[in-house]
Design a protein around this ligand. Structure first.
Ligand code: GLC
Length: 754
């Protein structure tokens, strides 16, 4: 009781000191909108003066509550650390009530009563689950992606969370890596735009509002370039490649105001990211002026020992803090070693104070010092989760994430009078459809399965017969016959196949990207019936689909489409929604082609499909160079014609604006949306340049027969790259501009920069 009273007196004195320049009250009202840091700095600096070294170290300590297992270790003593004033944040707290109980200990039972920060992995939804991030990226719909992050923040903040470990903005060109499911694909331009949209969605326009949460740009950096696509594996690349392909989305996140960063597990050019001063200080602080805080990934400081970079925990802690880490996730290294390291002169107290300051400033900006419980309200949670408008948005985003890969003889959309055989292990699934990282999503009893979606849309199941056929994995073919029999009695077969949610995501790299188990053999048996097959895929990464592309009549890529996935898929199947999604990762023909991506280099012996002598060319003997489905690819039920590609002139100087215009016409039988893409090629550079680079896109809705002229504006900034002397600028020379429906089918025009 005494401590409590002392704390209240202490707070009043703090607030009176820190609020001398504001009319901040000491009651429960929120601090004024302190959008700028100055009030936070005044308050925090006065608080820091009262903090002991231990208490400052405490702010740098983060542990999981253990309610979700997201790493190899759990430490059940985190409440003891909290009571000792040695805990700054907790993640994965299971309930609002639990956040109140933990916060009460922090505020009433520690000497200074500094509130805790509650974090969680809210990646593609909190309760209302949206398509996995790779799926969302296929919508190319930045407003909707921002809205889905905003809704995730509304729900998570209503459940007591202040901070999400998202967005994951790792570029990757290797679908063997299971975590491509969490990102935005292979392209920097699109990846930058999506990173910004997500940060804005999570953080909103005012962190002092209790429905906005801190975002976290992860995993810094180049985690998606793990050799051989094996998770946590080595990353080694030139600084040019790092700055060209893997760093830009992180800078984009900073430009959008991201407040926290998370280090990655991998080593980069021999130095683990959590001990990498080049990344965490030279680039992040000195070049980009980032002023938020840096948290490590799960025990990644400890892992510098098996990396062979640290001889023991103490050295790992010294290296991490001195490199620029502010908060240690789950490792306990800062907790156990920082004080000794200060006493031994190996780390400075100033660095620890700086780390604590960054953390405390964000706690202040969230309003937690004013009211530590402002996010924890069970009544608010009850009326916020699963709001009907959230589910509507989840359905809309699921629809727009769906990519139509094949539609032979326009077999789709289906009419409602055909007899349908629904076959496959994912037909009635309501768990895998949610994907990985589903926070507090419900794996039973909530998500709309494909079966349910079709049943709801048709209003009955008279024309439907169902057979599971097989499991997702395993080699049991005992249910094949039942599936074959219902196929024989049908007009059309819809097969819902793919991965389990555990086959992608973290620690889920695969060397074989076929649909697993005996699912392909099931297709072969159904094929023998002669019935047309529509394949619906649920998967967390590009798969190798040459066989499926050969034998099926239509293929719909649905990713893991979230709580409303089955409803969205049914809408596409029966034409209630005309699919418009476009791939953001290339789909390889086989694993041997990986890494495979659209913005490759031409080489000195480029592969020509025809003409010049083919032997001494950059090619394979057993497969084409091209992917099965390229970046930017996706069909529609209608057709779009591109014409009249024009450029305002053919020679530009560096301060002139390039205007490119193109006309798109809906020449088909359905209204629909088209994602118009613009690429450039820098023909000659002081270093070799990609054959094309995405530099613009626009979604356009066209009614049947309607035409629209789209214009894109480019400046020399859009043509800049890391030149031979590592300066980021455009160079004079000849360029091509391409505009079209994907990264292969394009109109082109040329221009020069003088
Ligand atoms: C995991 C992931 C990271 C996540 C963290 C906390 O290992 O790498 O993305 O945010 O741990 O769950």
């Amino acid at each position: 009781m005494k401590t409590q009273l002392a704390n209240i007196i202490l707070w009043i004195s703090f607030l009176s000191i820190s609020s001398c320049s504001t009319k901040m009250t000491i009651n429960k009202e929120q601090p004024e909108k302190s959008s700028n840091n100055s009030k936070a700095i005044i308050f925090v600096d006065s608080l820091l003066q009262k903090m002991t070294l231990d208490e400052k170290i405490g702010q740098t300590v983060l542990f999981s509550s253990g309610s979700d297992i997201t790493g190899p270790t759990i430490d059940k003593n985190f409440v003891d650390y909290l009571k000792d004033g040695m805990l700054g944040a907790v993640f994965s707290v299971p309930t609002v009530k639990a956040t109140i109980e933990l916060q009460k200990i922090a505020v009433e039972e520690t000497r200074l009563g500094i509130p805790l920060l509650f974090g969680y992995d809210v990646i593609h939804g909190y309760k209302t689950i949206f398509p996995i991030s790779l799926g969302e990226s296929a919508s190319w719909d930045l407003d909707l992606i921002e809205k889905s992050s905003r809704i995730a923040a509304e729900e998570a903040s209503a459940s007591g969370f202040h901070w999400t470990f998202a967005p994951m903005i790792d570029i990757s060109r290797d679908p063997r890596w299971g975590r491509v499911s969490e990102g935005a694909g292979e392209d920097v331009f699109l990846g930058n735009a999506i990173a910004k949209a997500r940060v804005k969605g999570f953080q909103g326009d005012d962190l002092s509002k209790n429905n906005t949460i801190l975002a976290c740009a992860k995993h810094f950096a180049a985690y998606g370039a793990a050799i051989a696509g094996r998770d946590y594996n080595t990353v080694d690349m030139s600084e040019r490649e790092l700055r060209t392909t893997y760093l830009p989305p992180f800078k984009a996140a900073i430009d959008a105001g991201v407040t926290t960063f998370m280090t990655s597990f991998n080593d980069l050019n021999g130095v683990p990211a959590s001990g990498n001063k080049f990344l965490l200080t030279d680039i992040l602080r000195n070049e980009w002026n980032f002023d938020g805080f840096v948290v490590t990934d799960y025990t990644s400081i400890n892992e510098m020992i098996p990396h062979g970079y640290s001889k023991d925990e103490k050295q790992a802690g010294e290296q991490a803090l001195n490199a620029g880490v502010d908060m240690d996730m789950q490792g306990g290294i800062f907790l156990r070693n920082l004080k000794k390291l200060v006493e031994e002169g190996k780390v400075s107290e100033e660095k620890i104070t700086a780390a604590a300051r960054r953390i405390l400033i964000l706690k202040y900006r969230l309003g937690l010092f004013e009211d530590p419980y402002r996010y924890s309200n069970e009544q608010r949670e009850k009326v916020t989760l699963y709001k009907p408008e959230y589910l509507e948005t989840a359905k809309e985003l699921a629809q727009k994430s769906i990519v139509l890969l094949k539609n032979k003889n326009n077999i789709l959309p289906l009419n409602k009078h055909q007899k349908i055989a629904l076959i496959g292990p994912l037909v009635k699934d309501e768990s895998h459809i949610l994907g990985t990282w589903i926070a507090r999503g419900d794996r039973t009893g909530k998500a709309v399965s494909v079966y349910e979606g079709i049943e709801n849309l048709l209003g009955n199941t008279e024309i439907i017969k169902y057979a599971k056929g097989c499991e997702i994995e395993g080699n049991d073919k005992s249910k094949f016959n039942e599936a074959v029999n219902i196929a024989k009695e049908s007009d059309v077969v819809i097969m819902v196949l793919g991965e389990s949610h555990g086959l992608s995501g973290e620690a889920a790299s695969r060397t074989n990207l076929d649909v697993p188990g005996v699912q392909k053999e099931l297709i072969a048996e159904i094929k023998k019936t002669g019935k047309p097959i529509i394949l619906i895929l649920m998967n967390g990464r590009p798969l190798t689909l040459e066989y499926e592309n050969e034998v099926t009549d239509a293929i719909i890529e649905t990713w893991f489409s979230g709580t409303m996935g089955g409803a969205a898929i049914a809408d596409v199947l029966f034409g209630a929604y005309n699919p418009s999604g476009k791939l953001t990762m290339s789909f390889p023909r086989n694993v041997g082609q990986i890494p495979i991506y659209y913005n490759y280099k031409n080489t000195g012996r480029p592969y020509k499909i025809k003409g010049a002598e083919q032997r001494f060319r950059s090619k394979y003997l057993d497969a084409p160079n091209s992917p099965l489905y390229p970046f930017g690819y996706g069909l529609s039920y209608t057709s779009f014609q591109y014409s009249d590609l024009k450029i305002n002139k053919n020679e530009f100087n560096f301060n002139e604006t390039i205007e490119v215009r193109v006309t798109i016409t809906n020449t088909g039988k359905y209204d629909g949306e088209e994602i118009v893409q613009l690429y450039i090629q820098d023909i000659v550079g002081s270093v070799t340049r990609p054959v094309k680079e995405l530099k613009g896109f626009e979604k356009v809705f066209l009614k049947i027969g309607e035409s629209k002229e789209i214009s894109f504006l480019l400046t020399s900034k859009d043509l800049a790259f890391y030149t031979n002397d590592m300066r980021f600028k455009a160079e004079i020379g000849d360029f091509k501009v391409f505009v079209g429906t994907n990264s292969v089918e394009l109109l082109e025009v040329e221009f020069s920069l003088k």
